[in-house]
Design a protein around this ligand. Structure first.
Ligand SMILES: Cc1cc2nc3c(=O)[nH]c(=O)nc-3n(C[C@H](O)[C@H](O)[C@H](O)COP(=O)(O)O)c2cc1C
Length: 335
């Protein structure tokens, strides 16, 4: 009998298929469907600091049209109105998010991983974490990214922020914490290794980002295609393969896992779990069943009873050709 169960960041999952953070995991109804279709865990849609910032500026603009917000001066003699807007918007978003966590926990039995996404002000994350834990989240996934396009700072500066935030968050919460990262680091392998020693329980390799594209007729910038394709699995497969035997935390694969074969590859590379998003948008949530059926059939055909039986078999140190993970130029193939 094939057993798909896995332990990921200290949580017991009945299988390694995690519905990754997205609009599909932003309501209790959808989360219930995700559980019904057989996912091992769910990462809730992130609470976005960026979103709070945008909402905040919209809110201020609206209010400024209806005259000075005098009433808010009365609320607290020591607060200026800006402070108060900031306070109520943040509070409202957090309240809704905590409700989503609490309702999800009541409605499903698979682990619920809350997610915080921050692109701007690292300090803001810390105050959210404790509240998400109190709302009942089984774990926390931090999605941190600073686009390396600031020409006035050194490469060490944003990297330091990761460790500062992790340290502060780990002081605040006792639930397991995962960090979802990009591959935009000066020295990716050593950085992943250092992060894995920071006390977090898992690293999610890698996030996918919104990117710009061009409309060459209108001469305008437009959003590029949102969803990944199966070939996008290459980056995370390479890095999970290189890192899985060299880290002190679990690794989950994200980006380009579109089917059971993709999930099997990531486990062979050493992943404890896979996070899937784009393919659920394209094929509907029901597709989770097909993914787990493919894994089960493949395991039976290869006489593997548990994921542990084949996890990491094709990781860099264990494979027959470790050099292939380091090869980046196509020369040999063209010659
Ligand atoms: C429509 C959409 C919404 C997303 N929203 C979030 C989010 O709220 N938080 C987050 O950390 N990642 C978010 N992501 C990124 C996904 O969690 C995932 O890391 C990425 O899509 C790569 O996985 P995939 O190739 O299976 O799509 C989103 C992705 C998509 C396509």
């Amino acid at each position: 009998m094939v057993d798909l169960s896995t332990e990921y960041m200290g949580l017991q999952l009945k299988n390694p298929i995690i519905a990754g953070s997205s609009g599909l995991t932003g309501s209790v109804k959808k989360i219930q469907e995700i559980e019904k279709m057989g996912a091992g865990a769910v990462v809730l849609k992130s609470i976005f600091e960026e979103e709070i910032a945008y909402e905040y500026s919209d809110f201020l603009e609206q209010e400024s049209k209806s005259g000075p917000p005098q009433k808010y001066f009365d609320y607290d003699g020591h607060k200026n109105p800006i402070d108060f807007y900031d306070y109520i918007i943040r509070d409202d978003n957090l309240k809704k998010y905590k409700q989503l966590i609490a309702d999800s926990k009541k409605s499903i039995s698979i682990p619920v991983i809350a997610s915080i996404n921050c692109c701007y002000h690292s300090v803001e994350w810390i105050s959210y974490a404790k509240q998400l834990e109190e709302a009942g989240a089984d774990a926390l996934e931090l999605n941190m990214f600073f686009l390396p396009s600031n020409f006035n700072r050194s490469s060490e500066e944003p990297e330091k922020i990761y460790f500062q935030v992790i340290e502060q968050i780990l002081r605040e919460v006792s639930i397991p914490v995962a960090l979802k990262i990009s591959y935009y680091f000066t020295d990716l392998g050593p950085m992943i290794q250092k992060l894995s020693n920071s006390g977090i329980k898992a690293l999610v390799l890698f996030n996918r980002f919104f990117s710009p594209d061009f409309d060459i007729e209108k001469l305008e910038v437009k959003p590029s295609f949102v969803f990944s394709s199966p070939s996008d699995i290459a980056q995370s497969l390479r890095w999970i393969g290189i890192m899985s035997q060299r880290v002190n935390c679990d690794l989950a694969a994200s980006t380009g896992v579109h089917d059971g074969e993709g999930a099997i590859k990531q486990i062979l590379a050493g992943a404890k779990a896979v996070q899937m998003v784009s393919v659920f948008y394209k094929n509907k949530i029901e597709y989770i069943q097909a993914v787990s059926d493919t894994i089960k059939k493949w395991m039976s055909a290869h006489s593997y009873n548990t994921l542990q039986d084949f996890r990491g078999l094709l990781s860099q140190p264990k494979t027959n050709d470790p050099a292939v993970f380091e090869r980046v130029q196509f020369m040999k193939y063209f010659n």
